[in-house]
Every structure is written in C-alpha cells, then in structure tokens.
Design a protein. Sequence first.
Lengths: 1034, 536
Amino acid sequence: MKSKYCIKTMLPFCMALLLSVFTLQSGFAQEQSKFVSGNVTSADDNMGVPGATVLVQGTKTSTATDFDGLYKIEAKAGDVLIFSFMGYKTQKITVGTQTKINVTLQSETAELKEIVVIGYGTQKKKVNTAATSLVSGKDIQNVSSLDVVNALQGQASGVNVTSTSGQPGAGMAVNIRGVGTAGNSTPLYVVDGVVVDNGIGYLDPSSIERMDVLKDASAGSIYGARAANGVILVTTKKGKDGKMNVSFNSYTGFQHVAKKLDLLNTQEYTTIMNEARVNSGLTPLYTQAQVAAMPNHDWQDDLFKEGAIKQNHSLTISGGDKKSTIATGLSYYGQEGMIGGATSQSQYDRITFNVNSTSEVIENHLKIGENFSFANIKSSGVADQGIYSNAIRSFLNAAPIDATYNADGSFAHSVVAPDVSNPVGSLYYNNFNETKTNRYVGNIFAELKFLKNFTYRTSFGVDMTDSNYRSFRPVYSLSTTDNNTVSSVTQNATKSLGWIFENTLQYKGTLAGVHNFDVLAGTSAKKNTSDFMEGIGKNLTFDDFDHAYLSNATDQTSNTVKGNRGDYAIQSYFGRLLYDYNNKYLFTATIRRDGSSNFASSSRYGNFPSVSAGWNVDKESFFPENRVLNNLKIRASWGQNGNDQIPAFSYLSTISTYNKSYHFGAGTLQTGASPDQLSNPDLKWETSEQTDLGFDATLFTNFTLTFDYYDKKTKDWLVLSSIPVYAGATAPYINGGDIQNKGFEFSLAYRTKFGKDWNFSVNGNISHNENKVLRVANSEGIIHGETNLLFQGTDEMNRVEVGQPIGYFYGLKTAGIFQNAAEVQAGVQPNAMPGDVRFVDLNNDGKIDANDKTKIGNPNPDFTYGLNFDLSYKAFDLSVYTYGVAGNQNVFGVHDPTRPYTNNTTQVLNRWTTEGSSNTVPRVTYGADTNGNYTKFSDLYVQNADFYRIKSATIGCDITKLTNKLNFFSKFRLYVAANNLFTFTKYKGMDPEIGFGNSNRDSSGNLTQPWARGIDVGYYPQPRTYMMGLNVNF
Amino acid sequence: MKTMKKYIKLLAVSSLLILGACSDDFLDTESSTNKDESNFYKTPNDAYQGLVAIYDVLQREAYGGPLLISEQASDDCFGGYGTADAQSDIEWDRFLYVTNKDMNSDVWKFAYLGIYRANILLQNLDKINWGANTALKTRYEAEARFLRAHFHFMAAKMFGDIVPLDHTVKTSEFLLPRQPAEVTYALIANDLKFAADNLGPENYSQTGNANYGRITKWAAEAYLARTFLFYTDYYEKPDLAGVVNKAQAITYINDAVSNSGHGLVADFANLWLAASFEKFAGEDNTEMVWAVRFNGSGKGDWGLNEGNRFQVNIAPRGGNIGPYATGWGGATVNPDLYGAYKAGDTRRDATIISYNTETYKGNPLNFDPEERDQRQYTGYSWKKYCPITNEAGVAIVEANGGNFQIDNYQDYAVIRFADVLLMAAELNLDTNPTLALANLNRVRDRAFKDTAHRVLASDFDKKVIMEERRLELALEGQRYFDLIRQDMAIAKAAIDKTGTTQFDVNFRTETLGWFPLPQSQIVLSNGTIKQNPGWN
C-alpha cells in the first residue's frame, strides 16, 4: 500500500525536478546586438509570437522573440535565419540586403491537416482520393482520457466510439461506418507502421502527433486482410531539426457520479412490498411500526466513491539537428475507480516511456531510426458485466431496509431473504485482483534513397506483452448463496510476442512536369505467439490478498495448473499506384494479397483490390475565380478489404479433454477426449466491399467542408453459426452472412477571428448509418440472441436477422394495462388479472407466444454527431467538445423481476392499483407474475437512448502571454477542465452510452455475440471529472 | 559512391525477392494443446479417452434434466422451489407451456451430446491400431453402443419421436426430420443387444472394484428389458421394434436375475446416504447394476461437471436443517406418496423427509416455509439424494472444499437390482407367474424386513407390480414413464389433483404424455421438426 502511494507522489515530483533542470539550461539564451530585426506573427491570428527561436543556420547565434513577437539578431547577408516555435512550422529565410524581416509562422495543425497519413507513407491532402478523418494531438490531449481512442468520439465523422464500461482501463467499442460483421468488428490499429493487436491503451495521449482514420476501402486496402472494419493509423511525435523542445503536461482531477437512479426509499419500498404481497394472495410483510424502526438506505451511497482521483503527468522532450532527431517522453497516469475505489479494489496505474529517433547515416541516402514505446500498467477492478456478480446491479437491487454494517463493523446480513447478500460485502470479498502488464511496442527501420526517385525501406517491429494476474477469494459468508468455505488464489501469466517485418520499395517522381507518380511495392510478414500459464490453489496459509500466492496453498489435492500456447501468422504482398495529372486528375490503385494461418491451407489466401479517383475542380481553367467556392475536390472509390480475426484453428475439429473426465470405482479421474467443434475446412476471409463518393470544399475561405456517401457490404462474415443441437458438437465458424452499412458523413469546420484578439473555430460533423443484414447462412436467416441476458430465465431478446439492423431488440409489443375483469375477458391472456400488461397478439391467433414477438428497438444509432468549439482571447482559451447519438434504443433492465424483494426505481410508484390508475406501469406482484409482465421481454424494457453530451470543456490561460517574467517558457498554461460535464437524455438509466450487451465468452475468451449492444443490466457509468492542469513548454 | 549505390540497389531488390519467396510453411501452425481428428484416434488409449468422454455426458443430469422434470410431472412431486423462482417448475408440474419455450432444451442437448461422442468414437474405431487386442475393441464398441442407446432412450421417453442418429451428422443433414418411434427403438435395441451379447460376465458392483460404474452385460440386459417394457407398453407392440421379441427379453432379464451376481442390500435405508449416514452401504454396493458416477473433485469450478448438480435442486430450501444440507427446495413431495406406504414399510422414511414428524437430536425440524421462501410447501421433501451435513452442521460438500450447488457427489442409480427384479416380475407375469411373484416378493421382503407382507398369488397382477415400482423406485426418475406407458387414462387418474389452487394439476392427455420440444430447435429446423401435440 505504502509503496503504491510513494510512486504516485514521487513521479510528478521527479518530473518537476527534471523540468527545473531544463529550465536552468534554457536560461542561457542571451540577447545579441542588432543587425536584422522584425516581427514574428502567427498566421492563425496575426498576433506576435513571443518566445519564438531565431537561429542563424550553422552558428550558435540565436535569439528569442519578445512579448510582442519582436526580435533582433546579428547576421550577415547570405546567412539563413531559422524561425521556429513549438506548434508552428519552421521557416527558413535567407538574409539579403534588408534589415527588417517579418515572418508569418503557419501553425503545425494547419500543416498537419495538409498531409494525410495513408499507410506506408503520406500524401498531400490536395491529391488524396480517400475518405479519411484526422484527429490532431492537441484534440487528443484536450479530451484528457486514458485511452487515446476516446478522442475519436465526436471528432471523427463515421467513427462510433462507445464506452463498454466506465471502469478505469475498460475498453471502448469502436466501429467505423457501422457494425460490419456479427463477429469481431474492431478496426485495425497501426502505430508508426506497426500493426498492433489488443488496442492502443498503452499510449500516452501527449505522445501522439495525430490519428488518421481510414474509412473507405480504397484507403484501407493497403492493409488488405485486416482492414474490413477500417484502419486507425497512429503517428507519435517525432523530433525536428531545430531547438530542443521540452513540454510538461499535468492534470489532476476528481471523479463524481453524474447521475444516480431514483430508487425507492424504505417507506416506498415497504409499501410496494406489502401491496405486492396482497396482490399475490399473501399477507403483508411489514407493519408501520416495523417500518419506522428500519434503516432508510440508498445503497448507491455505498456504491460510489465521490471524488475518486484521476491524474496524468507527462514530460516530452524533442529536438534534433540536420543529422538526427529525437523525441522522448515519460508519463504517469493514475485513476481510482469510482466503484470499488472506496475499498481500494479499483485502481489503474500506467507508466509509459517512449522514444522516437532518426539519424542520417549517409547524408541524403541512408536513414535509420526507431520508434519505441513501453508501458507498465497495474490495474485492479471490480466485476461489472452481465447479471451475475455485477457489483452495480447488486447495489441497485438491494433493499433499502438492509443495513451495510452491524454494530461491530462486520457486514450485516440481509433481513429480506436468506439468499440475498450484502452488496458491499460481496463487492469486497469477490474483487481482490491485480493485473500487472508490461507492453513494448516499437520498430527499427532503415530508409535508403537511391537513383533520385527510389526509396527502399525496411522495418522490423515488435508488439510484446507480458502480463501477470492474481486474484484471491477469502473465506466468508454473506448469504446462503454468496459464501466461500475454502480460500483460493489464482495466478496466471501471459507472454505474447508479435513481430512484423516489412519491406517496401517506392518510386516517387514527376514525368514531363505534370505526371506525378508514387508507386509502392512491398511485402509484410507477421507472427504472433503467446504462452499462457495458470495455477489455482486452495486453502491458503495467509488469509489476505497481499499474501495470496500459489505457494501459500495447502490443499495439494485440489490445486490445478494449466498452460497453453497460441500462434498466428500472416504474410502479404502489396502494391500501390498513386498518380495525378498536374494535381488535377487523381488516381489510386491498390492491390494486396494476404495469407493467414487462421484458415486451412486450401483457403488461406485472399486478394484485396481497390481503385479510386479524384478531380480537383478548382484547378480547371474554367473554374471561375470567386469568393464563395475556393476549393473543390470530388472523389470516388471502390475496393475490397478483409477480416481474418477469429480464434486460431477455428477451421479444425480439435480434440479437447476439458470437462470430459469420468471415474470408475474409487479410482482417480480418467481423462476423456472428443472433438468439441465441427470442422469447416472451407472457412475463408470475410470481405467488405465498399463504394464511396465524396467531395471536399472550401467556402468563403473560412469554411471547410467534407461530405462522403458510402455503401459498404460485408460478405461472408466470420461467425459461429447456429446449428441444430443434434449435431452434438459446437457449431463451427462459418462464413455466415452479409451485411450492408450505408450512410453519409458530413463535416464542416469554420474558423475566424474578430476584433484584434479574438479567435473562434467550430467543427461539426454528423454521420448517418443504416445497418441492414442481407444474409444469414442458415435456413431461417437468423442468429438468435442468447437467453438469460436480463435475468435468469429471459427469453431471446436480440438477434441478427435478414432485413433488420444487427442486434435489434426482439420482443412483445404492449398495449397498455388491463383495467378491469371485462378487459381481461376480452383479451387473449388466460393468466392475466386486472392491472397486468396487455401484450399485442400480432398474428391474431388468440394467444400470446413467441410468434407475436417482433422488432421493438434498435441499439444502433441512426445518427452520431459531434460539435466542437474553440475560442481564444489573448492569453485565454476556451474549448468545448460535445457529441451525441440519435435514433437508438437501450434496454433498461437493472431491476431483477425474478426476486420479489429487489428494489426498484420510483417509476414503479406509478403502478396500476385500481381501474384507471395507470395504463403504462403494471400492478406489482410478489413472485408468481403469471402474466409475465416483466418476465416476458417486451417494449416495457425498451427506451430511447438518444443523448447529447458535453464531453469535455476546458478554460485555460497561458501566463507567458500576460507577463514577460516567464520569458524562458514558450508556454505556461494553467487550465481547468471537466469531462462528461452534462448529458442531455431522456434515458432513465445512469448513463445512456452503453456499449455492453452480452458478456458471455467462448472457450477462447472471445465474446460469443459481440454484436449485442445497448443492454443495461446495471452499467458502470462514465464519471464526471473536474480537473486542474498545467502545460509548460520551453 | 557509385559502388555503394549498386549495393543499395542489390540489397533492396534481393530482400524483396527473399520475402517474395517466403515459403508457405510460415503460415502452418499447429495447436499446442489439442489434437485434431487427423492425429487422434490412433491408439487404444485414444479410444479409451473417447469412451470416457461419452461417460462424462452422463454427469450433466441437473436442473432441467429428465430426473427432475419427470418427477415434477409425475404424481409424486410438485414444482416447488422459491416463491419468486421461474415459472418453469410450476409449468412442468402442471403441463403448462407458457414462459420459457426452450424449457426442455437441456434434455435434448445433452442426449445429443452423448450420441455425438458415441458416434464419433464408433466411426473411428477402425482407424485405431488394436494389434492383437480385438477383444478390447469389441468391449469399447459395446460400451459406446450401450451409451448411445441410453442417450437415445433419454430423449425418446421424454419427447416421443426424435431424430435417431447412428453417425455424426454432416452440414447437409441439418434439416433431418424426426423418425417414427420404431426407427429409434430399433437402433436402441440393436445397440443394447450388441452390448448384452458381447460384454463379458463380469460384475463390477462389489466394494472396491476399480471398474465400478462401467457398463456390464447385466446392465445391458436390464436396460434392454426397460426399453422393451416402455416401448411395447406405450406403443402397444408385441416386440421391441422387430429386434427383440418377448421371449428374448425374458431370457435376458432372467439371466440378469440369476447369473449377474447382483443382489439386494439387506436394509433399504442403507442405499441412501441421507437415510443411513454412517450405516451407508457405499455406492459400489451389490445392488447397483448401473449408476452414474459423481465426485467432488470440481471444488467450485463451474466449468467442470464432475459433481452431482441435481442434488441441490431437491434439498431443503433456506438453509441447512437438521442433518440435511440446504438447496433450492424443488420438486416438493406429494403427501399422497408418503401416505401410500403401508405401516412397517421401511422405504417410506428412507425415501422422504417428513418435516412435521422427524426430529434431529431430540428436536423437531421446524421448517418455516414462509421464512424459507418455499413455494408449494407440502411438509415433505426428498431424502433419496438429499445432501447431508456433518456433526457440526456444515454441509459435507463444503467441508470438503466444494460448492454446495455443484460439487455434491452422490451417484445416481439408473438401474438397481430391485428394479431388475420388478422388471423380471412384469415380463414373466404372463408366462411364469410363479417366478414373477417370487421376484416381486424378494423386493417386498426387504422393504418390510419380514415375509409377512408378501403379495399372494391370488392378488397378483400388473397393477400390483406397478404400485410396487412406485414405492420401491420413488424419486428415481421412473414413475412418470411407468404411468404414461400404461395409458393416458391411468396417467391422468394418477396425476390429476384438484381442490387447492396452489397444488392443482390437470394432466392433458392430448399431449400423449410427451414433453414440449425445445422451441429453438423447431425454429432452427425450418419446419422439418414439428412441435409435439398439445404444445403449440
């Protein structure tokens, strides 16, 4: 415990120390005598840039601009002056006869936006023909999140990022242009050219230069087999020729629960219970006198830790000279869980270190370099998914009449039923765990330039993870079902290594002055191996988590160990032609051929072609000079991408011995073995085929506009099929269906300045996606949703069906409440009573059954949108990032109806009591809900989940712009910020953003139905966080 | 500089070539932990493992299994469980089909899991290098076929017509329809006959026998008699699907009675742990012709099915009570069953816990159904298969480090020698009534611990045998099938109960006694599988 806090407090301190050392060094810059002078201004706002460096090339003579951006420096005619400033593009000007040189610096963001990262290279935006989205490093930092992917939410059109849990370190569901498969729909991540598996949560946001999202098939097809769900290219910050830059970024924040549920208090709860008992023909449970003596307890007060801390401190240093550049960074991120933080059972700590460097070994010919990131992550968390051992759910269902502790401080047992357990106790006893992970990602590369136009590049990259997990369950007893008589410990270790070796040869040149070619050919080979080992021990000599290690287990007979290995390999050949005629007519063609070990040798290889074209209309001579439309590019593309992400050996019928033992006599267990899964040697790639039409335009100089229409069909999804149970073995993965996503994306940015000191910009984007399943490869055209998702005994509630959006909600429609016996008589529900729900007999067959179920909701939003504002005045800046979704529904199922004594939201107070009292909320019953008011899945559970969220808001002040006493800093900005400040929604749950659906996993640990979404069974909400921070550059 | 450029070019081009020539082996990976069909089924040990995997499926008997469902459906038990538990149990009890259309999916699923594992082994037996040991091959084949028959019968007695499978199905066979009972029973009869004719004369049911639990010739003969009686009685046929005629069935069962070496345990109570405790006869006693083995090695691991997951369902609800360990209070026992035992019948108190009359260490048990949240409380619950506590009042399963829900370890007696005697009585009734009566009276003598309660030849008929089966085999998963095989009127007369809303049962004869097929499978079949009558 002590050491943990020690590291947390020491790290920022060490960084501050480092910072001051660098501060001292930079204080040596001295003013020189006058010769050349001038003004350095920013192109953004025409304001002077204070603190910019002016250097005479090849000498040590340099200066910095003053508070107004003015400088004076001694230089001779013919000298080259280098003007540089963090965040701006460096400029070089040769001194002539003049003595006054005024320079306007272009901000790097602007430069950033003129370049598109396209995979194995970059391209000028003007000649790019693909549909891509860019999020800059600044926008990533502004979001202050653990996982940089979070920054895409609301900032990149066509990318739908949904939280799957508010727990620190929990993953995000990322879908580019809709859910494209019933299998794994995660996009491909490529960091500095290294294909990275298992997400990019290891990256410190401050180390990121930019993220480019490749959305259409033309952009993605260079990544062939892995690109069907889109590609996210991450570029980390590189050093630049010029002065050393040091930047320190730090924030500390406090997390709060943004919204609690309105649960019944003791008075309301006991009233409802008594009424339910009477309705079910039982005697009331509680007298007024008893109720008066009971505690009145909102368990949510025990659930959330208010003010749980979140902090991030990072230091980055970059710089270089003509021959070599370097950028390096160190960061610490720490976050306490809002849930489980109070019992120290939820904590996330991440330390990252990264270094990028390049050196020219032979000037203009051979460059070598490396990109390397390391992360050390330590996390512990609470179970928060599904209906079993979900901490949140058990708190929301606990009765308000139960107390947390006994007088002696021990956990109180529930008074309502012997099998109800104290949720605080249950959270405490069941969540002792810790995961320690080291992640290394990086590559080394060499680039050879020869014959003027040719570049050969070779790169070897690694993606390594080693991870240790430990958990402990003490002896305890909270109820008849929640207890443990033998203490146990689980320890496991995973080591995985992926390497990727890539070679490309590129020709870049111009023929006859107008034909611009960029031709690339390459090969790539990637191999992943992983080793896993686990031991479980029972009956420990120490009964606490700190000592929970396998060697402590004394029960030798029941200790278990297991271990295995995983392999994956892919090899590829690819080529790309980028051609433009005088920047006017643009053409791209790509082909990639991939072979993956995930398929049988006969169907291993797939070919993924694409073509695209563009037309810069404004370059035409007939394009009139006008003030309205300044730029116009029209684009079109078509192509195919693949997906091979299924567990290894899915095509084989492998023999397993797990859970197949039997014993004879008094003897030991005999090992049994049989195939588990039917084989499918014909299994092959999933292919997405996409057409995209779009344009980019600039209007009235200040408006930039991008529009894309796309139609994406994913064919031959890789899914587990539903097969008749009499087949006896598990269904194989099959190429099981087709799906269509079509829609449009529109983004508009506006940037202006008014007055002398005001700058304003706004970015808006909106995406519409329509998802439709075209084929499911079985006779009925349906992949059924699993049962028991809302509570034990829930019927199928979601499914994948031809003609419908993926994972739509499938249940009964309701038509109000039976108000009296006559209405019941007239209905078709023999077990109904007045006050029960009237279900709609859709097929008019005189009974309510599965044939009356229909579509009652869709978890996929029709629209996702983002609106982001930035405003600055002199030293002050304000930014507000917002986003929202519309047109989707969630299932609000936190209340467990199968236990009569579970608490409920105050919504139940509007229940039916007498004729005319309610036509929406049925009567309450105590068990025996014979009509199935809540045990049948119906639209009573479905709610609109539209929301609009203020994701982050920041107010900052750069003190260097207020005073010149901090001259050696180029930036000293203090800010306050809030995440998740407000959410506008009508959804009744704590958080409308629910990427969760079904937590069931297969034996390989993959979600069995990853398409399931929007099911709220007690969901870890995203915290509202208030932060104070500091950005220092010099 | 020029030479350098040359080198650079050479290097660039050659490395592209090297990679271009990268061989296909690069993509060849092999599972580190699992064999596949191409390299398994080579040695006799592979075959043995394949056989063990079939036995393993027997351990899936749990909530929603034939034992629980059929007892709830019979006249001996109600639905039970907690006041707020799922309605399925009430629906099984009352022949309703409302809430969960997939309520019997486990029976269907596990029957076919067993059939698949048997078929995959049988299909691969010829690939195994047996050497000179062809006897071993025959033995494995006989055991596998017996188990395949067992799993077919498990589904057929619940659902009537099923899809009989003597091979593993291919993708093209995913729309197979159900077959008439005759087809299924022919497969069952041939398999059992093969086992009875090919297994040796060993009897493993003696204390300490290392093979106890494995299929024997005697188990096959007895099982043949059971399927013969069910099929010929229910479908009113003279023989078992044209494979085994009555004379043959009689020969088989008489052989099992006379030559198996099995016998009755002296004291009926000693067969059941919760009725005998330290006097328990042990599981490998001479009376167990065939039992499903369970053990406590799972130790709380929900991924393993080593323990008996059935037991928790019928154990007393709401906490340990007296010597009995707690469970869910399912399938509460009908007082009529308790009352059906004549005075002096030792079987009553060994079969049923009577909360109002039993005492523990001198104190009454005092079961408070309200406080314990017990639905359909009758005052009676199961003693057969009830898990027990130790002296300190802790469930023994937990004292052993197991989970009380999944690690109970009592074996499930599929065929007891008492059943063999009663089947022999029934089969011999017409041709050799004297022998038939002698078989029956062996069972009665043991039950009453005297000879004074013997049935007289003058009173002896099939009805007497059926009543004796009810009392002797109560709560062992036989009763419901004994009722429906006689005829619908007899089943209805026995099962119907009226007068108290809470316990009302109305047996629907239009169902022909069959349970509803799992709806998901009907849907998946694209109409080739139709729902049973009365359940649409």
